[in-house]
Design a protein around this ligand. Sequence first.
Ligand code: FAD
Length: 392
Amino acid sequence: SAGRVVVVGGGFGGAACARALKRADARLLVTLIEPNKTYISCPFSNEVIAGLREIDAQQFGYDRLGAAGITVVAQAATAIDAQKRRVTTGDGTEFGYDRLVLSPGIDFHLDALPGYDEAASETMPHAWNAGAQTLLLRRQLEAMPDGGTVAIAIPANPSRCPPAPYERAGLIAHYLKTKKPRSKVLILDAKDTFSLQRLFEQAWKELYGDMIERVALSQGGRVTSIDAATRTIVTEFGNYTPDVANVIPPRAGRIAGVAGVADATGWCPIDPVTFESKLVKNVHVIGDACLGGGIPKSASAASAQGKAGASAIVSLLAGSTPEAPRLTGVCYSTVAPGYGFSLAGNYQPRGDIFAEVEGGATSPVDAPRELRAREAAEAERWFQTITAETFG
Ligand code: FAD
């Protein structure tokens, strides 16, 4: 064979990488380790929370990756021996590699937010991994009486998909306006400014009046602890006990810590040309888990990184020097059915991170509703394309 590559994590980054590796060189032995038989997509899961979409539309299997010649192992990676270049899975099987790719996405760090743990997430869902959490938040919204308050606690950056909490606020407001019009959305934010802020604020005002209230960092909006027993959110300013509490904690992938590729922040520093870890040789980190600098943590970025990482690995295995990648990412936000906007960017390695370069575009702030409608339709097409490319 041309080499053995093991990919851990079959999400937007890992699955795209495994496919690109096999496509680049069919002789490569590519193994994808992913415990779930079904991947549940976060993009468009805010629509599920708002009752606009069913969870089935978010689910994808790995059959097509198997058919492409990738060995798919339905186990979690539990240990990595970088010296011996070996990954161990939950059932004790060992997989040797020449190059290892980690795309584990994000996970909980129990110490990230005092009082917030796995058990707390059962009453105060984060819904920041799609699936049971998404449905739990949806059920809580459905059960809430009219006139209630839904709080959304948003972490500082770097975080997964920076515009997504604000998209969620809009879609929840849409649900409430339709079903429970006396209710409110309260955003408790660890940031002062956020991605696409003017577009979001304009859309909120236009669509939902004063239904959405945001407490920014400088107003004391940063959440400092949680008391799950009383469903209390403690911020720098004061305490809140909303009817529904969506708490999004800061975090990065757990296996990255096990592998020794995460630094003190929990994220993984890489060489942006090859995605190889700065801390452990022959291990590459892509997607949300890596420290990408200017590139937002999104499915489109993870996918672009997966493909660029695959190409770099093919070069390295052949003994040649990888070329610096130019990555493109586009992120759509939908604030109501038929109302969307986007942020597209191009990114290139600069020092240890990715920096944004020319050619990016953000939707205009003052635009007719037809443009918003067109972008909402484009968002759906984007989803169909990326999921077909990754899993289909
Ligand atoms: P993931 O897609 O999370 O995949 C990680 C995979 O690794 C998982 O399948 C997991 O099971 C597996 N894994 C973890 N640990 C192990 C282990 N030890 N062994 C084996 N496997 C393991 N992005 C967009 O581009 N557009 C959007 O509109 C958008 N909307 C979003 C909305 C919400 C509400 C959220 C939360 C996110 C959204 N995102 C969006 C972001 C997007 O979901 C992530 O950026 C993307 O999924 C990152 O891909 P990844 O491969 O890094 O991680």
